[in-house]
Structure formats: C-alpha cells, structure tokens
Write a protein that binds this ligand. Structure first.
Ligand code: 0RA
Length: 637
C-alpha cells in the first residue's frame, strides 16, 4: 500500500489511544499486561477451536524470550477485501479496535481480557507483528510495525489446509521489560486445555528446548481429578457431578465439575472467559446458592434431616472440591486485582441452572446422594462438637481462670503468655527428663505417648476423639478449624521436641501436619518451632561438643578431634536417656539452644509435599523434615 487514503489514516489513528494509554486496554505495562497480549491472541485461536473449526493450537516462546508465535488450524482469518473499506479482513482485524464479527449479537466474543479488545491491541503494542493465514490453497502474510501495516497483504506461496499464525514482539518503548515467563504461559495453557475440552494445546519453549502437550478429553472432570490428586483429597463418591450448559436466555455458557471429599475445607476454582477469578464474584455466589438449595431440597424431600443440629451452608459445602467456568459477553470485573466478577444478572442465571440439574442428579444417583448427605451431616456434627469443646474451654477459663488442663501436662508457673513455651515431648521418659531439666517458671511440658493419629484426611470430630491430640488442643487453648483463635493461645512458643532419629522425625511430621491442617494460623504467626536435640556427645579432653547429626559430628571431629586426646563419642538412643541437665543445656536453655521456626513456603507446595509424604515410607518423611529444617529460619533465641 503505497498511498494512504483518508480512511486509512482514520483507522491508523484508531490505534493511537492504545499506545497512549496501554493500561486502559491491558491493565498495565508490567508483567501481567505483557502476558495479557498472549492471552488475547490465544483466545482468538481458542474461540476458533470452541466453534469447532480448529483442533490444534501451538504456542511458541522464542529463544529470545521476548517474542511469541501462536498458530492454529482453524479457518484462517479471511483475506478477501471488505467491499466498503477495500481492506482485507486480516488488516481490519489487526488495525481496528473491536473489529471482527465477534461483537455482533449472537456471535459474542468469548475472549476474556480486561476489555475484550483482542488482536488490534496486541498489534498496537507490538514492535512487530506478522499475521500468516492459510486459506483456499495459499499462504498469505501481512506484516505490521507498531500497529501499522508494512505493505499490503501478500500471497507468499501455496498451502494445504487452513489456519492462522500470529508472531509478535511487544514494543520495548511501551513495556519496560519485555521478557515472557515460560511457567506463567505454561500454567495458563494447561488451564485452558481443561476449560476447552479436547483442544490440543502445545507449548514450545525454544530457549529450554522443551515441548509440552496439553489435551483433556474430559475437560473440567479431568481438571477436578488433577486437583483431587494435588490435594490428596479422598472423594466420598465415585463419579463427579458435571454440568455443561449454554443458556439461550442469558447467553451464558456454564461448565461445572464437582465432588465431595473427606477434606475439612472447601475448594472452589472459578473462571470467567478463561480468566481465573481468585476473588469469586456473582458466578460463584450463584453456584453456591444453587448447590445449597439442591442439597437442602434433596434432604427435605427424602426426610434425611438430622435431629438436634441445623445444617448451615458451610456444612453443605464442607469437603466440596469444584471447578466452575463461565463464558459471557460482557464481563465486569471488580476489586483491587480485578478478579471478582460483578455482573449481577449472572447470579440468578447460574443459580437457576445449577439447582435443578444437581437436584436431578442427586435423585437419580440415590446411593451417591446418601453418601453426600452423610458427609454433610458429619460436618454439622463435627462443627457442633468442636463448638461444644470450645465453649467448655471458654467456660472453664471464665470460672476458674485456669481451665481443666490435661493431667499429664506440667504447666509453667508464671502466667506471662508471650514469654512462655510449651514443649511437646515424645514419650514419658523423655517427658520426665524435660520436666526435670526445664525452667519451670516459663516452660511447660506435654508428653505424648506413642503414635499420634495421622490427621492428613481426618475430620475434626476424629481428631477430638484422639486422646493425644485432644490433650494438645486443650493445652494450647486456641481451638481448631473454624474456631481457631490465636489470641487464646496459652503459650508464646510451641516447640516440638522429638528424638533425633527417624521415628522422632515421623512424630514431628505428624504433629506439624496436624497443626498445618487444623491450626495453620499458629504457623503463620511464627509460633511453631522444632527443637534440635543432639544425637552425639563428643568429649575431647576436657571439652564437650554436641552434634545434631552424623554430618555435624564429622565436622566437629575434623575441627576439634585431631589433637592429642582420643575423642570419645556417645550416641544418644533417645531423649529419655539424656540427663535432665544435658537436655537443658543442649536443647532447652534459651541462651544456648537453637530452634528451627516452621514456616509455610507457599500453600500449594506445602499441600503437595505433605500429601506426597504422609502415608509413605519413614525415610521419605525423614528427608522431608531435614529439607524443611534447612529451609526454616535458624534462630538463636
Ligand atoms: C473472522 C472471521 C472468521 C475467522 C476469523 C476471524 C478467525 C480469527 C482468528 C484469529 C486467530 N485465529 C483465527 N481464526 C479465525 C471466519 C472465516 C470464515 O468464515 O471462513
């Protein structure tokens, strides 16, 4: 195109506002905005696939890390000239804001994005963009620089099949840092492959030289399976409930998969137009409303209401794992991170779809429905039991100032809470040494006998039935689950003191799992610690050293052991055989001991690590503890 007509100039000016105020179109020019460009182009290809025209999408992150190609085998963007503008459809789509038939009624744009603006915005914000189309036996190419076409659409050769390929390099005069993150893209593509059943999405990371294929024929049901595996959630019924519906009335497309599990929490992942809505919104509220009504109706119709407890909405959703994906024409996002759906009409639209479908499913799968109802009633009873236990603690604290503490707890004598410590000690004999060795004014000892219940998938009711754990809960005073209250914690620090061997590590892991699952606030507040008792005593002449493990022993011997005297090495069989004074000096005395603070790195990693290890061999648990110990902050208190 050698000369521009007046019309061309209008079109070119049409993209000016995008370059002037990129934030208005992609949210910002940081990493999120940069990746937004990928999602916009990807959405077009995904649309083509969802309409049944494409089945393969390939996303390539080029070796430079700052350019991307997205290819599909759809119909290809039309190359013929528009009768009015005399421009090819390819050009119009890439140079006109909101161009393309997708905004016409009945053919809504399913693409997400802040304002659903698409290809032209990506073009406007790219240093270069090349659109390649295969159609009608030929391959066509149109190149752009900073949003403007460079020459005309060119036929570059013959081609088989059809499809669209878009290469783009974001403009570094707009984005301070043009560097794509492979993991961010990969995760998005994986989720897309679940949300768009059957579409094959390939990610090629040229820099890393790897290729990943994402394809899920069962869509959200497959996604649900993955989430259950990640969370080690044990389902209470075999097959998930699934619902796929396109409402003619509201134009909303709805896709749901859900399953009840034995977990004590609720886990819902929701998406709007393929965009994660981490803060929920009207779609999630509609879903919860419909689900609650369906289960209640079923319980009432079948006379299954429990005696003596009233079911709450939370009881109904305890252990629920669900994925919810909706597509709608004009999503309005709200909140600080724009990840809450705000369209009011969506609530009733989803509620009115979910309720009858779920109720029908419950009525046609009676034994499944009965397992779910049993799960719901158990949640209600556990909640009641936990509340009663909490009230008991509160009542005793209020009347006597001192609640009825477990008999085997040796409490500290000074009531100053911040300065006090509870040592949870493995075994009675170790408990005895610790009791004699401690500073009784501020250190309390709770000995635990034998093995602690593996609480990885235990309900609160089951936890409270376990004597060791219920004693611990009473001693801590802060309650658990939904009733956890850090302000009631009776000690400033909670310290797990177990043997330095693999059994000891196992017990420490069980205790940490229990606390992580039922009182994570204790860890978040930095109140949980691991004591580090020595495994070896090394006497060199008149000097004594303590070693935490074999490696530490070897280091100490190298440092101090090659003098004249023969070093004498004693290995402790357990805490119980340590003299109280020694236990105090090495492990309990705040001036000389070292504690490890237990920290949560991030919830997903922690969930996965715990899930992988609980129920496997002790050596794996041992490694877990050692790894965690190294990650944990070392404190000299
Ligand atoms: C407009 C009309 C048609 C297809 C497309 C756009 C289209 C756009 C993109 C963007 C990425 N991949 C794409 N694939 C198709 C319909 C063309 C027809 O009716 O043949």
């Amino acid at each position: 195109m050698a000369t521009y007509t007046a019309k061309d100039i209008t079109v070119l000016e049409g993209l000016e506002p995008v370059r002037k105020r990129p934030g208005m179109y992609i949210g910002g020019v940081g990493s999120t905005g940069l990746h937004h460009l990928v999602w916009e182009i990807l959405d077009n290809s995904v649309d083509e696939a969802m309409n049944g025209y494409a089945s393969n999408i390939t996303v390539t992150l080029h070796e430079d890390g700052s350019s991307i190609t997205i290819a599909d085998d759809g119909r290809g963007i039309p190359v013929d000239k528009h009768p009015k503008t005399k421009k090819s459809a390819v050009e119009v789509i890439f140079t006109t804001l909101h161009a393309g038939g997708k905004f016409e009624p009945g053919n809504y744009k399913t693409a997400g994005g802040l304002h659903g603006v698409g290809a032209s915005v990506v073009n406007a914000l790219s240093k270069e963009l090349i659109a390649t189309v295969r159609r009608d036996g030929a391959e066509w190419e149109l190149r752009f620089k900073q949003g403007q076409p460079v020459g005309a659409l060119k036929k570059i050769g013959p081609a088989r099949g059809s499809g669209t390929t878009v290469f783009f390099r974001p403009d570094s005069t707009i984005f301070p840092k043009v560097e794509f993150d492979a993991d961010t893209i990969k995760q998005r593509l994986e989720v897309s492959s679940y949300l768009h059943k059957g579409v094959k999405i390939v990610f090629e990371n040229a820099a890393a030289g790897d290729r990943t294929v994402f394809q899920h024929t069962e869509g959200l049901a497959d996604y649900l399976k993955t989430i259950l595996r990640e969370r080690s959630a044990i389902p209470v019924h075999e097959a998930p409930f699934t619902l796929e519906k396109q409402s003619d009335e509201s134009g909303i497309k709805l896709d749901i998969a859900l399953q009840w599990t034995q977990s004590t929490d609720e886990h819902v992942r929701s998406y709007v137009n393929g965009i994660p809505t981490g803060s929920g919104g009207t779609h999630e509220n509609g879903f919860r409303a419909g689900l609650g009504k369906a289960v209640r109706n079923f319980i009432e119709t079948h006379n299954l209401s429990p005696k003596g407890v009233t079911l709450t909405a939370e009881d109904i959703r305890e252990g629920l794992v669900a994925v919810l994906s909706v597509f709608l024409a004009d999503p309005q996002f709200q909140g600080q991170t724009k990840d809450r759906l705000n369209n009011p009409e969506v609530l009733s639209a989803i509620d009115s779809q979910v309720r009858p479908a779920l109720e029908h499913w419950l009525n046609t799968n009676i034994s499944v429905a009965e397992s779910i109802v049993a799960r719901v009633i158990l949640a209600a009873r556990a909640r009641e039991a936990s509340r009663a236990a909490q009230q008991e603690v509160a009542r005793k604290t209020a009347t006597s100032g001192r609640l009825t503490l477990p008999g085997k707890l040796s409490d500290c004598t000074s009531p100053g809470r911040e300065d006090s410590e509870l040592f949870i000690v493995e075994g009675d004999s170790a408990g005895g040494s610790a009791k004699q060795g401690r500073d009784r004014s501020r250190q309390a000892i709770l000995p635990l006998r034998g093995k602690v219940l593996n609480t990885e998938s235990a309900s609160i009711a089951k936890v409270l039935e376990n004597k060791e754990l219920s004693d611990l809960v009473t001693a801590l005073g802060c309650g658990l689950g939904k009733h956890f209250d850090l302000a009631r914690l009776r000690y400033g620090r909670v310290i797990v003191l177990s043997d330095a061997d693999s059994d000891g590590h196992h017990i420490a892991t069980l205790l940490m799992t229990f606390i992580y699952r039922h009182m994570p606030g204790l860890i978040a507040a930095g109140r949980l610690f691991l004591a580090q008792p020595p495994l070896y005593r090394i006497d060199v002449g008149k000097e004594t050293f303590w070693a935490l493990d074999d490696a530490h022993r070897d280091r100490l011997l190298k440092l101090h052991g090659n003098g004249s005297a023969n070093p004498e090495i004693t290995r402790f069989k357990g805490l119980g055989e340590m003299m109280p004074k020694v236990l105090w000096e090495t492990t309990m005395n705040p001036r000389t001991r070292r504690l490890l603070r237990v920290e949560i790195v991030d919830q997903i990693t922690t969930d996965r690590v715990i899930n992988e290890l609980m129920g496997k061999d002790p050596s794996a648990r041992f490694r877990f503890i050692m790894d965690r110990a190294e990650e944990a902050e070392e404190l000299d208190v």
